[in-house]
Write a protein that binds this ligand. Structure first.
Ligand code: SF4
Ligand code: SF4
Ligand code: FES
Length: 244
């Protein structure tokens, strides 16, 4: 799309970025429009960088690798959640922070509580044992997670704030990367993740830039914790069976 805009002589796009600074008492979330001169192959991250460098140096957002590897630039872009360094910019895009997390400033969110729970549920001695077969396949796929937390932003049932409910898709993937059914520590961590609250809506799979089968990971973990046949799953399977 951007290439065609360049070729048709259109030299700018406008983007609307949700700005909010909770440290300023009178700040309220509101969209601010930026006019960005476009170049071929321009990404949302390029556009944000232009806005910060050339228009308003106070605009806050995170990035590091610019190559879809570090996971730090996940945000809501248009109707979906994706990496700013991967998504082509287009005219009229609305850009807002990753849903569900507390906003630190503008597009920067605070992952700390979720990362804290991830550390809490890291099984002691994780990864020390060599596993084979299907577990190994699942573990290797889960290990490609870049910790962007896009899946968490998309999940309707994850408990980010209270740290006691459903640990959600990214922690499930972390657990799957250490899958070892013979380890008591591992089984205990899986039980504490409350995986029975996953509704199998597949919203996490749809946004994962690493294309990990997150729901598949959760289903394997549920077999271990005995929550495979939970009421939430039964309800979702019934709904799927009814409509599809
Ligand atoms: S499938 Fe489960 S983990 Fe994934 S978004 Fe839906 S409820 Fe969350
Ligand atoms: S599972 Fe996918 S979406 Fe979730 S944190 Fe890892 S890479 Fe990101
Ligand atoms: S900047 Fe590293 S994933 Fe986007």
């Amino acid at each position: 799309l951007l290439q065609s805009q360049v070729e048709s002589g259109q030299d700018h796009v406008t983007i609307d970025v949700l700005r909010f600074d909770p440290n300023q008492g009178n700040s309220k979330p509101s969209f601010v429009r930026y006019k960005i001169p476009i170049v071929p192959q321009m990404t949302v991250l390029d556009a944000l960088q232009y806005a910060r460098e050339q228009i308003d140096g106070t605009l806050a957002f995170n990035y590091s690798c610019e190559k879809q590897r570090c996971g730090s630039c996940a945000m809501k872009i248009g109707d979906s959640i994706s990496l700013a360094c991967y998504t082509p910019v287009r005219n009229g895009l609305k850009i807002s922070p990753l849903p569900g997390f507390k906003v630190a400033k503008d597009l920067v969110v605070d992952w700390t509580p979720y990362e804290g729970r991830m550390l809490d549920l890291l099984p002691a001695g994780a990864g020390e044992k060599h596993v084979d077969g299907k577990d190994r396949e699942i573990g290797e796929s889960a290990a490609t997670c870049i910790r962007c937390f896009s899946c968490v932003g998309a999940c309707p049932t994850v408990d980010i704030k209270h740290e006691i409910g459903f640990a959600g898709p990214a922690i499930s993937v972390m657990l799957a990367s250490y899958i070892d059914q013979s380890s008591k520590n591992f089984v205990s961590s899986v039980e504490k993740a409350n995986l029975e609250y996953c509704t199998r809506c597949y919203a996490c799979n749809a946004v994962c830039p690493a294309e990990i089968n997150i729901v598949g990971c959760i289903q394997e973990l549920q077999k271990i914790s005995g929550s495979e046949d939970s009421s939430a799953n039964r309800l979702n399977e019934m709904i799927r069976g009814y409509f599809f």
